[in-house]
Design a protein around this ligand. Structure first.
Ligand code: NAD
Length: 297
């Protein structure tokens, strides 16, 4: 059923996601602080509003795709003061679990339905409509959100109550950050031992070292031709975004009293990499730092 959707945050991810909702037959009115994002949205058939509230006016559903928790809480505070009860709010940004739960609370106090639904799949997945959504919220809210999430993605999971989507996202990305460093260390050690990249790949990809960081996103050129290592470590998934997610995992870990020593170490390693000026490179480029290299591959 065609719906009227307000979409706030039309950046690298939000722009193409909103465009896919238009393609699925929905009426989308969007808002972004950046004029360039609004211009790009217009060319995709998204109506443009002058403020977040204007984009949300008369909408059945409002979706936010913003940089961080403080932006989401700020925008949802405005929305919760103005939207009629029963409106569905979905946040697909990656934010800290605490902000996600605060945003749910704002919606609930207004009588609105709410879902936290962060994504994995990057800008390529956003354009192709193949994102994975990890959702948290009440059953009734998820049931209403699911068809829209399916118009923007391929896999949609209901992970539990408010904040569970964000929890799944940061736990998954903590595995990813740690596993990438492990795979990079193994290649760097193999090089010192005179082992070819291909030989290590052939063995580990069918042995117990097998993981996504190795077989899909191999951090050395050659074995997996589509991985960013084959194109100068152009992202892909930028190291700065990996660092953001690892820091969110550490904040959650501290708040929840969980022991995540390797997650903490991964956050430190990516922090160092960003501090050296490599935040814009793909996160698999961390192999250069582990080899003691500067900019060269
Ligand atoms: P982006 O910076 O390209 O887009 C964010 C947009 O929000 C910008 O256009 C900015 O102008 C706008 N914005 C900020 N505050 C606003 C406000 N108050 N009102 C309206 N617009 C506002 O970032 P992105 O890459 O699209 O990422 C968005 C979210 O998705 C982030 O939370 C990020 O962590 C997450 N994410 C990104 C990727 C990725 O590969 N880029 C992958 C998964 C998840």
């Amino acid at each position: 059923m065609a719906q009227t959707i307000g979409f706030i945050g039309l950046g690298n991810m939000g722009g193409p996601m909103a465009a896919n909702l238009v393609r699925a037959g929905h009426a989308v009115r969007g808002f972004d602080l950046a004029p360039a994002s609004l211009e790009a949205a217009l060319s995709e058939g998204i109506a443009v509003a002058g403020s977040a509230l204007e984009a949300a006016e008369g909408a059945d559903v409002v979706i936010t795709m913003l940089p961080a928790g403080r932006h989401v809480v700020e925008v949802w505070t405005q929305l919760a003061e103005a939207l009629p009860a029963g409106t569905l709010l979905i946040d697909s940004s990656t934010v800290d679990v605490e902000s996600a739960r605060k945003a749910h609370g704002l919606a609930e106090a207004r009588g609105c339905l709410s879902v936290d639904a962060p994504v994995s799949g990057g800008t390529g997945g956003a354009k192709a409509g193949t994102l994975t959504f990890m959702a948290g919220g009440m059953d009734a809210a998820f049931a209403q959100a699911e068809p829209l999430l399916k118009a923007m993605g391929k896999n949609v999971f209901h992970c539990g109550a408010a904040g569970a989507g964000q929890a799944a996202k940061i736990c998954n990305n903590m595995i990813l950050g740690i596993s990438m460093i492990g795979v990079c260390e193994a290649f760097a050690l193999g090089e010192k031992l005179g082992l070819s990249h291909q030989a290590l790949y052939d063995v580990a990809s069918v042995s117990s070292g097998q993981c996504w960081s190795l077989t899909t996103y191999c951090p050395v050129p050659g074995p997996v031709p589509t991985s960013p290592a084959n194109s100068g470590y152009k992202p892909g998934f930028a190291a700065a975004l990996m660092l953001k997610d690892l820091r969110l995992a550490q904040a959650a870990s501290l708040a929840a009293g969980a022991a995540t020593p390797l997650g903490a170490e991964a956050a430190q390693i990516y922090g160092l990499f960003e501090g050296l000026g490599h935040g814009g490179e793909d996160f698999s480029a961390i192999i250069r730092m582990l080899r003691g290299q500067g900019g060269e591959s």
